[in-house]
Write a protein that binds this ligand. Structure first.
Ligand code: SF4
Ligand code: SF4
Ligand code: SF4
Length: 291
């Protein structure tokens, strides 16, 4: 996208930012790009293969990138919610980043996919998207592409099917799914909201969550991860995409998000001033334990 390339080169040349994070063509499709020299800005692309949520690189877990000073990052409208989450939780100062919003017509499930979007290959998060015009950005780039193909959300249907099962059948489903987890932690590493410098799973002694991949440890890991991301997960789908075992992690994230919305009336938002339930307290809170 020429507009993105030109703006990145300008911001770097005038030293408004020390680094631009965007996407580029890699050997197997689109991939994240890190551009510090204005002469390299021509590498930047944006198309329907740019699925990565680049807000993950703004996390305090990547302090080496903070060494570049102010960073410009290309974001789709849905990615802005992750940036807002980092600002809301004081993990990032909004003035330390320049958001390059790209108008979006939907993305594939995988960055290695190519060709026009269809109802079959469209990422589930794009179904019914309301942020194709990215909000709260410093620059908004590109023409607004046509809306993605319409279809029902596959995950919403799958969650309804699981909800309809009795406890034993639902437990059997998750035992089978989670038994495939190899505890590689890719789901944690790729998540923009997994911001702890040292994860609870790594630092307790004796370990509360065993590191070897067996059913008991895997249930402990996924239950802990789901609860730590309750009201914080932005449904970007990156954890599921990164999982080498093909575990449907977004079924967990979306189910927890639905519970948070029902119990607390909260949905993740791109407004960092709106407090999330996990970090807010009210004197009239209905929960007994808080009084
Ligand atoms: S959810 Fe919306 S902004 Fe995000 S990739 Fe899909 S269409 Fe684009
Ligand atoms: S979808 Fe996965 S990677 Fe994205 S915010 Fe939620 S838990 Fe993190
Ligand atoms: S990415 Fe998949 S296999 Fe790796 S720890 Fe997460 S769920 Fe397990």
């Amino acid at each position: 996208m020429k507009e993105l390339q030109d703006l990145a080169a300008k911001l770097l040349a005038e030293k408004t930012v020390g680094l631009v994070i965007g996407w580029e063509q890699g050997p197997r499709g689109a991939r994240p790009a890190f551009v510090a020299d204005p002469k390299d800005a021509g590498r930047l692309i944006f198309d329907n293969r740019c699925v990565h949520n680049l807000a993950a690189y703004l996390s305090p877990r990547r302090p080496h990138l903070r060494g570049f000073g102010r960073i410009a990052v290309a974001v789709k409208g849905c990615d802005v919610r992750a940036v807002a989450g980092l600002v809301r939780e004081s993990q990032l100062k909004r003035e330390d980043v320049v958001l390059l919003g790209v108008r979006c017509g939907g993305v594939h499930d995988e960055p290695t996919d190519a060709g026009p979007l269809t109802a079959e290959n469209l990422a589930d998060r794009c179904v019914g998207c309301e942020v194709r015009e990215p909000p709260r950005c410093d620059h908004v780039l590109g023409e607004l592409p046509p809306a993605p193909p319409s279809r029902d959300g596959r995950r919403a249907g799958r969650i309804a099917e699981l909800d309809a099962l009795d406890h034993a059948a639902r437990f059997a489903f998750w035992r089978q799914e989670l038994s495939r987890c190899v505890r590689c932690n890719a789901c944690r590493q790729v998540c923009p909201l997994c911001t702890c410098e040292r994860c609870l799973a790594d630092k307790t002694d004796p370990p509360w969550i065993e590191s070897s991949p067996h059913t008991r440890a895997n249930f402990a890991w996924h239950a802990t991860r789901a609860l730590h991301l309750a009201g914080r997960c932005v449904d970007c789908g990156e954890c599921e995409r990164a999982c080498p075992a093909g575990i449907p992690l977004n079924l967990i994230g979306r189910k927890v998000a639905a519970v948070v919305e029902r119990r607390f009336g909260y949905r993740t938002t791109d407004d960092p001033q709106v407090p999330a339930p996990i970090g807010a307290w009210k004197p009239d809170d209905g929960q007994e334990f808080i009084r």
